[in-house]
Design a protein around this ligand. Sequence first.
Ligand code: TEU
Ligand code: CA
Length: 541
Amino acid sequence: MNNTWFKEAVGYQIYPRSFQDSNQDGIGDLRGIMQRIPELKALGIDFIWLNPVYASPNVDNGYDISDFRAIHPDFGTMEDMDELINLAHEYEIKLIMDLVVNHTSDQHPWFQEAQKSKDNPYREFYHFVDATKDTPPNDWQSFFGGSTWTYQEQTKQAYFHIFAPEQPDLNWKNETMRKEIYAMIRWWLDKGIDGFRLDAISHIQKEKWSFKITDNPWAPFMNVDGIDVYMKEMKTIFDDYSCMTVGEASGVSSQKAKEWTDDTGYLDMIFELEHMVRKGKKGEERVDPFGFKQVMMRWQEDLQPIGWNALYLENHDLPRSISIFGDGSIHSAKALAMGYFFLRGTPFIYQGQELGIENYPFTDIQQVNGQDTIAFYHRLLKTESKKEALKQALNFSRDHSRTPMQWDETKYSGFSTVAPWLAVNPDYLERNQKKEASDPTSLWQFYREMIALRKRESAFLGGEINFLLPEDKALFVYLRKANDQRFVVCVNLTDQKITATLLAEICEAGRCLLTNQTKYDQLHQEMEFAPFDGYVIQLND
Ligand code: TEU
Ligand code: CA
């Protein structure tokens, strides 16, 4: 099916728990999202990716699903969901949902049945293997720390999970299980949603249990051979509905990504997880600008001309980009924004990124919600002081991005009128949607302009991309071209002042379309850049 609307679209990721509370219980919900659709429309986005809103015991904030066809009461009802889909569509905003099918919750009826006995028909939906209390079937390690196996005395077997023990992995070899999942996928698409973000999808196939881990502890479940069978099977459903699909595909290399995102690929695009390369002293690791640039160039080049990229700087699993990549200033946030937004692919904005929300100044582990951060902190305590353990754990904490949205200057930032489930970042007084919408120099306005510009110029959509100064450690420079139109994007990714020698090719006369500096209409061959300066310039024909 040839439906490529997503190539011209800009996505916006909503973390429902923290977006807008409509019934004043401190938790964001579906009706809250409905209230804020006009603000999203004003920004200019085309589709929403909604993090999980399904029934869940919330061991992993909704990524442990106990009923795929039910809405968690915190978020509202199925009627609310239907209304949200309709309302978004009225505003010509599409909506995609998270599809979490690597695992379920241990409270899902399938798993509840499965653990009853060895001959329960649902046993085969999961991975159960003979073990003893002290000898798991192998030494594989989970993403959240600790063994991938949890032993059950009753049947003298252990079950397999690559995340928390409360998230048992589904057995994709089982055809009955797959049919159930496919029926569920159709059920949601029949409701009228426009596609899915496929969670942890590169992990559904596992190596044989005898596989020995060497350097990469997660190798036995990273894009393992044989995954194509399941991906192709799923693709037939996606094609039936010509819906949009983006996979979270860690471990899929940029070379392999073609199989995933080419015209005949399993999905429309994938999120790679390589570009937020961190470097520096423990606890203070920042994104390495040159590492970022190299990863981006490789992915862009490897997927050109047929594959397609999903572009992002933030999501609900990462700290805030302005803090770990920029220097906290709006100036730096604008530079980062220009750097990624005009690459070849579909840009995603994570809620609050467009406002410049920073990492939360946590001072105590009690303030943290994320299980992974808390577990990491306790592991660190074995060798580090409390202060050091906190610093290191927070440097990677998911909680920074999960604080409530900042809508206005009122108490609790317009998110709620009661204390929210996670504290509001104190920077809300300066960085909030209402204030920024009325300030022409704000980051929110800058994003709005970027979105409009991207839509106006086809070179940013279908055009080819060429990188210049590939060896330069600070400057990220690329050209986009289509139908005789040429655009240069030139950004200093570092917090250092630099002088660069630019190629004559990009210093021709033109017109500055976007910058966070003085508007030069022409770049100079010998040019000075203050920290995080950036320009988007259209060269004359
Ligand atoms: O994250 C998955 C995830 O982090 C791994 O797939 C990733 O490959 C690994 O950390 C590599 O470094 C998703 C969700 O985004 C996250 O919020 C959930 O906790 C997780 O899946 C489990 O469903
Ligand atoms: Ca609520």
